[in-house]
Design a protein around this ligand. Structure first.
Ligand code: PMP
Ligand code: GLN
Length: 380
């Protein structure tokens, strides 16, 4: 049988490649973003309770209502922003499914979708498998600042959607209020939808405020927010996330969602809903991860890597240009095989593989692992 691939340029993701290489070479794995310490015992118990208390059949299509209420309360508490739990919030199988479903609910053949590079890897294939055209805007290391005149020049009558991500994976930078105001100004009086990937909203450092699209009235009207409990509650393997958006947008989302997954893991949703009653479970994350970032950066301050401290996410990018001029993918692989430490090369997220000699390291690890990793990095 012969068939023509809908995604001829897509291979295995760099996260899978680097994690497999780390395993093969018994390297410390700071590549794929996941914690190496356990998910909270209290949360695990709440999920077990949900299983033992009968939450074992299909959840409602849009998600367990207690969880949607907890999410709605969170937006009220943190941003004074209202999302109706029944009409404007849907629980998904991780942020990845939310992102895919948003794109497939709205992007038609020939529509243009603007993304900023380096870009998280699931945006572009989702656009293209749905017949859309990716319009990339390349940002530059080390600050990854957006030139809003360039964005304005890329908007056309075909622009259907703009995908943004703050705090940003992979660079660890955040957008300022002014960036959001510029985006709001550019999209006002258009039909452009904004997909705001906010999976790291609770991991932001040095007292900075997360700039959610829901803080900006006109932006909120055209935006989806996507979120991931895997990132927030240290259990990436559970694959529970959600999205919120005004009712008219969410209605279209659910038309696709109900035939894509219909509904997601019920006991995990109920357990998370109960866990979120204590707001410290997510408000404490900034301090928790800032300590890890600071530990890691202090320990590698004498190394030959150069860096600007991560502003958010649990990733730190390190510039290795003083060490070698090797291509970043080759260098990341050599570090894994010869030095037993795995990271993610940034060029794979860039336009035409632009190589700024930068690697991403995940610091969602035990202090012991971070100490061991730093010892290696100081020897390179
Ligand atoms: N967006 C970004 C920026 C991510 O880093 C990730 C990975 N957590 C996702 C989306 C996907 O999240 P999930 O694992 O919940 O599907
Ligand atoms: N979000 C994770 C990261 O950035 C990767 C998840 C995946 O492997 N798809 O490392």
């Amino acid at each position: 049988m012969q068939h023509q691939s809908k995604l001829p340029n897509v291979g295995t993701t760099i996260f899978t490649v680097m994690s497999a290489l780390a395993k093969e070479h018994n390297a410390i794995n700071l590549s794929q973003g996941f914690p190496n310490y356990p998910s909270s015992k209290k949360l695990n118990n709440l999920v077990s309770n949900a299983m033992n208390n009968g939450y074992n059949q299909y959840a409602p299509m849009a998600g367990n209502l207690d969880l949607r209420l907890a999410i709605s309360n969170k937006y009220q508490l943190l941003y004074k922003s209202t999302y109706h739990p029944e009409k404007e919030i849907t629980v998904t199988a991780g942020a990845t499914q939310a992102i895919y479903t948003i794109i497939s609910a709205f992007v038609r053949h020939g529509d243009e979708v603007i993304i900023f590079k380096p870009a998280y890897d699931c945006y572009q294939p989702a656009i293209e498998v749905n017949g859309g055209k990716t319009i990339s805007i390349q940002l530059s290391a080390p600050n990854y600042k957006v030139n809003w005149e360039e964005v304005a020049s890329k908007i056309t009558s075909k622009t259907k959607m703009i995908v943004i991500n703050t705090p940003h994976n992979p660079s660890g930078t955040i957008w300022a209020k002014d960036d959001m105001l510029q985006l709001q100004k550019l999209t006002k009086d258009t039909n452009i939808i904004v997909l705001s990937d906010e999976v790291y909203e609770h991991i932001i450092f040095d007292g900075e405020q997360h700039q959610s699209v829901c803080l900006f009235d006109n932006l909120k009207q055209r935006s989806f927010i996507t979120a991931s409990f895997g990132k927030t509650f240290h259990n990436t393997g559970w694959k529970i996330g959600y999205c919120c958006a005004p009712e008219t947008l969410m209605t279209e989302f659910r038309k696709v969602h109900q035939f894509n997954v219909f509904s997601v893991n019920h006991p995990a949703q109920k357990g998370i809903a109960d866990y979120m009653q204590d707001t410290e479970t997510y408000l404490g994350l900034n301090d928790f991860f800032q300590q890890k970032r600071d530990l890691f950066l202090n320990l590698i301050s004498e190394s030959r890597f150069k860096f600007q401290p991560s502003q958010g996410t649990y990733f730190q990018v390190l510039d290795y240009s003083e060490i070698t001029d090797e291509h970043d993918v080759d260098f990341a692989k050599r570090l894994t095989k010869a030095f037993k430490i795995a990271s993610i090369p940034l060029s794979v997220f860039n336009e035409e593989g632009k190589d700024d000699k930068v690697l991403r390291f995940c610091f969602a690890k035990t202090d012991e692992t971070l100490v061991k990793a730093s010892e290696i990095l100081c020897k390179i």
